[in-house]
Write a protein that binds this ligand. Structure first.
Ligand SMILES: Cc1cc2nc3c(=O)[nH]c(=O)nc-3n(C[C@H](O)[C@H](O)[C@H](O)COP(=O)(O)OP(=O)(O)OC[C@H]3O[C@@H](n4cnc5c(N)ncnc54)[C@H](O)[C@@H]3O)c2cc1C
Length: 444
């Protein structure tokens, strides 16, 4: 009998698209049909909608991520970054975590490296701000905010205290509003252990260039969100831009100027720069051009063996006006992953592919413990019911039974034992104490 080598499907990025697609492909295809190789610089997928809850200490950081080797048992996992794709030769260059780069040939490629923060050339931003897209950023922020409370409680200098207690978030989309709501809630909760500080001493600022807050939940629920944040004494600066933050001195376009030790940038995303290192066509926003079947297209023609989806892909939204694209959201990403995997299997088996069609059902957002806002399937909710919808929805979406159980256990423990509000900032410089007690040698 003649042996036919299995095809190789290369999955670039194991996020919402990559993980779900790889799982489905590896379940649907026999090992003799195809080998699924997954490349990602991280050993885990990050469930980004849970980052605000992880930052607030409601969920353990480890339970917000899904270990790739544990979930993708039928795939080959390579930890590294794809630095180049030459589809003309069907070869991708991979830079492993350590060591020389290597080339991986493939038959089909699924490009899904997601997005990165979209920044602007604002003086001081690079040095003083932090993004909110990775588990590292979320955990750093949690430790940093708690550390700021410690600094403020210990100092006798009024300016140091004011700076430490000023927290600025730029961008009023999902990530910004949820990060602000959850972090403020955590800090307020922590204050019970700080008799030196009062809630009114904290200054939480939300800066947004447009007049809209949480556009994902619609204008009515956006207005409710504004009201809810104002009731918590937050300083909302709508129609305002950050002009500079050199040395942590925040200067705003409305004339506002103040020192802040915490500046979080969440003003939008753009396609991962890695897509520019491919020979695939990109749209003016730098996303890979796809058709509704999630195949890459050049000048209206399908590029054979090339697929893309998620935040890095320009996928037509068939439920909206002509020319509209699917928004960068987990809601689209996970559904596109399923459609893409099914289409790839269909193509390999000579069956017709189908178009991706999903009408955005709305969104749920948490504004802190027991506080939320939701607008899904036409149903609007606020406060506790919305917060409950947020938790139930995301618990149902986080991949794997194992993660679901861990997240529910975290929530239940926090309910009875209260969340932990201790800063583990030392985690960020673990070698310092040892270096301080170790004498330098001549080579140093
Ligand atoms: C704080 C926050 C809250 C959010 N909340 C919601 C929400 O409530 N609802 C919602 O619908 N959406 C939400 N989103 C958006 C949603 O998370 C994204 O739209 C979704 O993750 C996009 O999926 P993706 O697969 O395209 O990218 P990702 O999930 O980001 O995955 C990309 C993967 O590619 C990997 N990668 C990067 N570079 C390379 C490379 N060179 N080579 C190989 N791999 C690479 C990354 O490590 C990552 O694992 C939120 C986002 C954030 C940041």
């Amino acid at each position: 009998m003649k042996y036919v080598k299995p095809l190789r499907i290369l999955v670039v990025g194991a996020g919402h698209v990559g993980l779900y697609a790889a799982l489905r492909l590896s379940r649907k295809l026999r090992a003799t049909e195809a080998e699924v190789v997954v490349v990602d610089p991280q050993p885990h997928m990050t469930y980004q909608p849970f980052l605000p809850e992880a930052a607030a200490g409601n969920i353990s950081p480890r339970h917000t991520v899904v270990p790739l080797r544990r979930e993708l048992r039928r795939c080959t996992v390579v930890q590294g970054a794809v630095t180049k794709v030459e589809h003309s030769r069907k070869v991708a260059t991979v830079q492993p975590v350590v060591g020389p780069s290597r080339e991986i040939p493939y038959d089909h490629i699924l490009v899904a490296p997601g997005s990165v923060s979209r920044t602007l050339p604002i003086p001081g931003l690079r040095e003083h701000a932090v993004g909110f897209k990775t588990i590292g950023e979320a955990i750093w922020l949690r430790n940093h905010v708690l550390e700021c409370l410690d600094i403020a409680a210990a100092t006798t200098d009024e300016q140091t205290r004011r700076r430490a207690l000023t927290f600025v978030v730029i961008g009023a989309g999902f990530a910004g509003v949820e990060a602000l709501g959850e972090m403020e809630d955590m800090a307020r909760d922590a204050l019970r252990y700080y008799p030196e500080l009062k809630a009114d001493d904290m200054h939480w600022v939300l800066v947004e260039a447009t007049q809209r807050v949480l556009p994902e939940v619609g204008p009515q629920m956006g207005a409710y969100t504004v009201e809810a944040l104002l009731k918590r004494n937050m300083d909302l600066r709508l129609g305002t831009r950050l002009e500079s933050c050199v040395d942590g001195v925040v200067k705003l376009s409305d004339g506002g100027e103040f020192g802040a030790d915490t500046i979080v940038w969440t003003a939008g995303v753009k396609a991962h720069p890695m897509v520019a290192a491919t020979d695939f066509p990109l749209n003016p926003q730098g996303k890979i051009t796809c058709d509704a079947t999630l195949r890459v297209v050049r000048d209206g023609q399908v590029v054979e063996g090339a697929w893309s989806a998620g935040d890095c892909a320009a996928v037509p939204d068939l439920t909206a006006a002509a020319g509209e694209l699917c928004s960068p959201s987990a809601q689209h990403a996970v559904r596109q992953a399923t459609r893409l995997a099914d289409n790839l299997v269909a193509e390999l088996r000579g069956r017709p592919v189908k178009e991706y069609r999903h009408k955005h059902v709305g969104s749920v957002a948490s504004l802190g413990l027991h506080k939320g806002v939701a607008h899904v399937y036409g149903v609007k909710a606020k406060g506790l019911p919305a917060w409950f919808m947020h938790r139930t929805y995301h618990m149902s979406r986080i991949p794997s039974f194992n993660r679901k159980v861990r997240v529910v256990v975290d929530w239940t423990l926090a309910l009875f034992l209260k969340r932990e509000v201790v800063s583990l900032g030392a985690l960020h410089q673990p070698m310092d104490p040892f270096a301080q007690v170790t004498a330098p040698t001549k080579q140093d």
